[in-house]
Design a protein around this ligand. Sequence first.
Ligand SMILES: NC(=O)c1ccc[n+]([C@@H]2O[C@H](COP(=O)([O-])OP(=O)(O)OC[C@H]3O[C@@H](n4cnc5c(N)ncnc54)[C@H](O)[C@@H]3O)[C@@H](O)[C@H]2O)c1
Length: 285
Amino acid sequence: MRELDGRVAVVTGGGGGLGLALGKAFAARGMRVVLADVEEAALDKARAELPGATALAADVADQDSMDALADRVFATHGAVHVLCNNAGVGPSAAPWLWEQELGDWRWGLEVNVLGVLHGVRAFLPRMLASGEDGHVVNTASGNGGIAPIPSAAVYAVTKAAVVTLTECLKGQLDGTRIGVSALFPGPHMLRTGIFTAERNRPARHARAQAGPVPRTADEIAEAMRAHGLTPEFTPVEDVAEQVVEAVRADRFWILPPSDRTDALVRARADSLLTRSDPAYLREAP
Ligand SMILES: NC(=O)c1ccc[n+]([C@@H]2O[C@H](COP(=O)([O-])OP(=O)(O)OC[C@H]3O[C@@H](n4cnc5c(N)ncnc54)[C@H](O)[C@@H]3O)[C@@H](O)[C@H]2O)c1
């Protein structure tokens, strides 16, 4: 996908955070951008910040909703070239994974895992049939995608699944004109709305008991400072630029350079190779 000008990009979770930054980066390359999101307020903000894009309501957890989105985008634009399955949620963690309510698991799996699959199912067949160059970017996370943070088990499990799904897709699409990338946003956390994702929890997955009160990214940073840690954030714009570069270069791993990440990758691989217990499991900040 060397040439982006005039092509069509669809970004799920495009109403805010990283998704909106991706939309802006693609628009800056002359792409026609469709931002899809379940949160109406986020879509309104996206319309104000990126008036050239089309902002549409769609729920990645619902195949019918994603199919309707694809129908509308293909009818309007005639093609889709870049698909970013980016929408994601992080249900607030329970102390133990066996105490995490099934609604938390179902919500996390529906959005983070099935959401990616629904996007692929809705868009990929027509992208392939078009015979044009294309690219699918799936947003994973270092938590789970590289090594899990056990205290955030639901999120970690879903993001491990995103990586495996994306690897399978890459294997199956080799030899076609559709490139694939697994995105690990970072290397530091992003100052986005993911930490208050509970705002988008659907009623069908309502908690039976009140969970922990979600903290914003800034509140998490404050708590880290109180523990003598120095919080670091990666600007969403930097991640969006990495994605544009990777799409152009047809690079699979979008994994920014980081000694900390590399050490985790090695520690996990070493643990497997030496059949020794995982010594790389870490706690959330
Ligand atoms: N923020 C970080 O530090 C970080 C780190 C690694 C990975 N990620 C991943 O990056 C991606 C983007 O998250 P973000 O950090 O920009 O958070 P965000 O909450 O700012 O953005 C996520 C967007 O997804 C939307 N969304 C939620 N449920 C949806 C659904 N069912 N259907 C459609 N849209 C839905 C939200 O409304 C929101 O606009 C996620 O997959 C997240 O897991 C984030």
